[in-house]
Design a protein around this ligand. Structure first.
Ligand code: S3P
Length: 435
């Protein structure tokens, strides 16, 4: 039987401070680079969500020693050259980042392995990664000409390429850079818009040299990495759910502690400000390659805006919760150039449109985005998560502005990126004291 969770709030107020769990993208990369590197890597603030735990399990199968105590992880690796061929398949679960980045890493490793995933991941396109990797000489085989998992990767010698990426995707960029690290000669990746640059920053932390010039990144092959310490800041994509809650609800104000502020991820702050919410960055630090700080978000009158173009990769995972925000803003919000949403954990354009429409929102799906007219009063209802953590969290946050309870079908997927989401939700919601 599929589990259901009911969330109901009567005239709530959101107040207080939250330290959201570690950044998912950075946590994956810390395990990956710690395993490619020789020596010890100590990680603090690791996200102990399901996706990142899959990445740990995969490297254990490759012979890397990884000890985890909550959010502290120690990786002891002999270096990529000494990995051992796994006895079992490498299971990435629901995690696109694990699968795609691993394809790039395994292509130039000494091992042969098979990468598998859950039903959702097995339907997500892999060709965007296998095509450039195969042109570097990678040996990747699977059904349907290698477009879907399972895929078998036979590690081999690779050659650098100069590649124009057709989609702005950090997963594709990172897979090619990881392959380039183990390839002969130089690898150049050219993006259409700048996507998150955590791989580039962390490669430097582990001692690699690479050149970033606008939308182009180049790396020379044959560089050896050395283990180092990594501190993972809070995930702004997780904070975004409570940032939107604070922005939507009159009288609300929430502080986010130690949240990542990498400019390739902060599109949500830009959008909140443009729509009228108050966002203050109280303190900013730049320790260990990734900027982070304290961010205060407070409610104000909200207006619809257009969200399109180069900002899209900097808020791609926030678009479901931004759509909910737009239902509470006056006027039209147009989201364009976000066709990538159709190939996320679920088709997020269809899922967001269907679920918000059930609550009475005025949302229209387009090929590459959504058009939302607001403000609309939302009712309660029965919403599906589609096994997609970000749709599940959007449904829960909708309960703060809905008139009636929201029943979320299959909420357990939220643990993929935010295991203590419901604890934080109940911590920051307080009853409004009527004057
Ligand atoms: C990620 C990149 C993005 C994002 C995903 C994490 C990463 O995907 O949606 O949640 O860690 O590199 P794309 O690269 O497919 O845009």
């Amino acid at each position: 039987m599929v589990e259901t969770k009911t969330v109901e709030y009567d005239k709530p107020l959101v107040k207080g401070s939250i330290k959201v769990p570690g950044d998912k993208s950075i946590s994956h990369r810390a395990i990956m680079l710690g395993s490619i590197a020789k020596g010890r890597t100590a990680i603090k603030g690791f996200l102990d969500g399901e996706d990142c735990l899959r990445t740990i399990e995969i490297f254990k199968r490759l012979g890397v020693s990884i000890e985890r105590k909550g959010t502290d992880v120690v990786v002891d690796s002999p270096g990529i050259g000494k990995w051992t061929t796994p006895k079992e398949e490498l299971y990435a679960g629901n995690s696109g980042t694990t699968a795609r980045l691993m394809l790039g890493i395994l292509s130039g490793s000494p091992v042969t392995s098979t990468m598998t995933g859950d039903d959702s991941l097995s339907k997500r396109p892999m060709k965007r990664v296998t095509t450039p990797l195969q042109s570097m000489g990678a040996s990747i085989a699977g059904a349907e000409s290698g477009d879907f998992l399972p895929l078998t990767i036979e590690g081999t010698e690779l050659e650098g390429i100069d590649y124009n990426m057709p989609v702005a995707s950090a997963q594709v960029k990172s897979a090619i850079l990881f392959a380039g690290l183990n390839a002969e000669g130089e690898t150049v990746v050219r993006e259409t818009a700048v996507s998150r640059d955590h791989t580039e920053r962390m490669l430097k932390q582990f001692g690699a040299e690479l050149v970033q010039d606008g939308k182009t990144v180049s790396i020379k092959g044959g560089q050896a990495l050395t283990g180092t310490d990594v501190t993972v800041p809070g995930d702004i994509s997780s904070a975004a759910f409570f940032m939107v809650a604070a922005a939507m609800i009159e009288g609300s104000e929430v502080d986010f502690l130690d949240v990542g502020l990498n400019p390739t991820r902060t599109g949500i702050i830009e959008v909140l400000r443009q729509m009228g919410a108050k966002v203050d960055i109280l303190e900013q630090n730049g320790e260990m390659g990734e900027p982070y700080g304290v961010v205060k978000v407070s409610h104000d009158r909200l207006e619809g805006i257009e969200i399109s173009g180069d900002i899209i990769p900097t808020l791609i995972d926030e678009l479901p919760i931004i759509a909910l925000l737009a239902t509470q803003a006056t006027g039209t919000t147009v989201i364009k150039d976000a066709g990538e949403l159709r190939v996320k954990e679920t088709d997020r354009i269809a899922a967001v449109t269907d679920e918000l429409t059930k609550l009475g929102a005025n949302v229209k799906a387009t090929d590459d985005g959504m058009i939302i007219e607001g403000p609309t009063a939302l009712s309660g209802g029965e919403l599906k998560s589609y096994g997609d953590h970000r749709i599940g969290m959007m449904a829960a946050i909708a309960s703060l502005v809905s008139d009636g309870p929201i029943h979320i079908e299959d909420p357990s997927c939220i643990a993929i990126s935010y295991p203590n989401f419901f604890d934080h939700l109940s911590q920051i919601v307080s009853a409004r004291i009527e004057e």
